[in-house]
Design a protein around this ligand. Structure first.
Ligand code: ATR
Length: 468
């Protein structure tokens, strides 16, 4: 497997600069079609300026430039199947007895269609290129599985393949395909300089995901929607690196948790679960451990003996974060929210013998949760009637980026209901200092940051992941 730095530059001079400055990469792809002033002489200068392996790709499929690249000793040339058999056969003849390898590629910028991809794969196979390349736009996270299946098929048939999904939903394949048998993955110089949609910077592929250091790793990840803001990829991959584990952790942005689990259960070893799937995932699991069962919310999934088991580490994470600042027993606690995260916190508070009142936008859900745990529920509009609250907790997503000016408890209300010594805990950790915490600080309250709960629950999750 090789990581290829794909270079997108408007002029030959810029392309030459990028090639010269390319470090920490085995392979460079030069996209001639982006370079406005490219000609045979400038191409020669660039090719001779580096000792690194080069892929020459020209989506305008100009034969003079491609044949010149072969003569100049390019390591690979890439031509699209749409260029036609005549051109491709001409290149096969030109590269014969040279070291140049031919990649024949197929692109679909609209969809990932299994049938279509298999047809094109067979057509390319017949041309006998050195490498078959398939790239298609992912419209769902599950589309990546179609590419992974194609990699398996090529492996069985002893064909070298590069298979990836493009677009934001295809990012997963850019990280995992090379680990599953795809010959090359393409990365960008940095965000904003992608030569194809969804490319991940080479630095991120190497430093965050360490894909060049792993071999058939156990695959973990965060499933949710959205997932982009999550810091889990840094935290978990870093811990795997420190523990010298052959494991990887990435973000899975799913639209339908049922479809995701059905398609990915074979591939994954464990999951973190976030908004909005903490409850919905349960029906697709084989078993839930007590904490998940009682709270009706799962934030961690582990695969054991092929069975998916749900856990909830939010409870212990939240309790630990709060107890660093205040005891819970006999304290008057107000919790806003009744979703997955809030249910876990509510369970933790009741177990620690806090006197809990739950309020939620949808009151029915607050009443249901309170009934299950044997605590109180109040009407959202009646929040101002509460008083002497020792601990205020936001268990909703209100205040999360980008809506950072929002707060679930307005400052004047917080001032009215808080006790003399009040602790305010916001489960939102992006931003770290939410509007609720800012208000609480000016009112002299003790603060508990969502980041702490996140770190503690992630550590517990890591312990579970490490045992797989
Ligand atoms: P999670 O698993 O992270 O808890 P969830 O189960 O979807 O996610 O729950 C989200 C919580 O945030 C719910 O309590 C939700 O209130 P509803 O039950 O009324 O949906 C709350 N929430 C989300 N957006 C909100 C908003 N704009 N105002 C008030 N509450 C909100």
């Amino acid at each position: 497997m090789m990581i290829c730095l794909s270079i997108k530059a408007k002029t030959a001079a810029t392309a030459a600069k990028y090639v010269k400055n390319a470090v920490r990469t085995d392979l460079i792809e030069l996209r001639l079609d982006y370079i406005k002033d490219i000609n045979a002489n400038k191409l020669e200068r660039i090719l001779k300026s580096t000792k690194r392996e080069l892929i020459i790709t020209d989506r305008k499929e100009r034969m003079d430039l491609l044949i010149r690249s072969i003569e100049l000793g390019a390591d690979y040339i890439d031509i699209d199947i749409f260029a036609g058999t005549k051109k491709i056969n001409k290149l096969i003849a030109a590269k014969c007895k040279t070291k140049t390898k031919l990649i024949v590629s197929y692109h679909d910028f609209e969809k990932t269609d299994k049938k279509e991809l298999n047809t094109k794969y067979s057509r390319i196979k017949k041309l006998k290129p050195d490498i078959i390349k398939m790239a298609a736009l992912a419209n769902s996270i599950e589309d990546n599985i179609i590419m992974f299946d194609l990699i398996k098929k090529a492996e069985k048939e002893c064909h070298k393949i590069i298979a990836l999904c493009m677009g934001e939903k295809g990012e997963v394949s850019r990280i995992l395909s090379p680990l599953l048998g795809s010959e090359i993955t393409y990365g960008s110089i940095k965000h904003g300089l992608e030569s194809a949609p969804g490319q991940v910077p080479v630095e991120v592929l190497k430093n965050t995901y360490r894909i060049d250091k792993l071999k058939n790793p156990d695959i973990f990840g965060l499933v949710g929607n959205p997932v982009k803001h999550s810091k889990g990829i840094y935290l978990h991959n870093d811990r795997f690196r420190k523990l010298k584990k052959n494991c990887i952790y990435l973000n899975f942005c799913a639209d339908d948790i049922g479809k995701f689990i059905i398609d990915f259960r074979q591939l994954i070893s464990g999951l973190s679960v976030t908004i909005p799937f903490k409850k919905d995932i349960i029906e697709y699991l084989d078993k839930t451990e007590e904490t998940a069962h009682i709270t009706d919310a799962v934030n961690t999934v582990i695969k054991k003996g092929g069975k998916l088991i749900g856990y909830n580490t939010d409870i212990a994470g939240a309790v630990k974060a709060i107890k660093e600042k205040t005891s819970i027993e006999n304290k008057k606690v107000l919790l806003v929210g009744a979703g997955g995260a809030a249910s876990a916190i509510a369970y933790g508070i009741v177990k620690e013998k806090g006197k809990l009142t739950i309020i939620n936008r949808t009151e029915k859900k607050a009443r249901y949760l309170a009934g299950k745990l044997g605590c109180k529920a109040a009407d959202f509009s009646g929040i101002s009637n509460l008083k002497d609250i020792d601990i205020v907790i936001n268990g909703t997503s209100v205040g999360m980026w980008p809506d950072i000016k929002k707060t679930p408890v307005p400052k004047n209300v917080l001032k009215k209901i808080k006790g003399k010594r009040c602790t305010v805990f916001d489960t939102v950790y992006n931003p770290e200092m939410t509007k609720l915490l800012q208000d609480a600080k000016t009112l002299g309250c003790e603060l508990v940051y969502g980041k702490k709960m996140f770190e503690y629950q992630a550590r517990l999750q890591q312990d579970l992941f490490s045992k797989v």
